[in-house]
Design a protein around this ligand. Sequence first.
Ligand code: NI
Ligand code: MN
Length: 232
Amino acid sequence: MEITYYGHSCFSVKIGQKTILFDPFITYNELAKDIDVAAIQADYILISHGHQDHIADAVMLAQQNKATVVSNYEIVDWLTNQGVEKSHPMNIGGHWFFDADDNGNKFKVKCVVAVHSSVLPDGTYGGNPMGFLIESSEGNFYYAGDTALTYDMKLIGEYKSIDFAFLPIGNNFTMGIDNALIAAEFINCQKIIGMHYDTFGYIKIDTVEAAAKFQMAGNELHLFTIGETKNI
Ligand code: NI
Ligand code: MN
């Protein structure tokens, strides 16, 4: 699948003819200042939780693309009040099939547990934080959102085969690299894409050491350059 990185925890993934964008935080991110936000395409925008560093550009990008926003009920309600027109509310444990193309091909989004917190930028209650398990004819992947290592991740690995996973590795607000290695084991996935690191002081990490630790464990840690597109 074709993956593009827009900094922090924001990625787009192409499935069929549709582009899914995760956790848009670009215009507030100094490291992403070279990204042309007006050129970002998205058919669906998935939001893991209400924190500013995951939702800052959601309204603008939803309006720009006439995209469907998918998140928990509380966040969808808040975004609707901010001017988002198309949305789909969900919550942990539920799944839904969305169109991957115009020929009836679908991809499945399942909302899974994330151990974190969630409040919206103006203080509104943001519901519970989530991760997403995406299944499609092109493969399956897990987008963890902001989370600690949790034994619930084992459920994902035991019941689904995961081709690649987006895991936070920045420590302090989420799990760090050592726990991400255990998470990779729990979900039984060797291809990990790192996120939620280096954006601000508390989450700056040694990326060389991080990559070496993954290599020693026989796993791949993919760290994208902001703006980079790769097939994984
Ligand atoms: Ni957060
Ligand atoms: Mn965050």
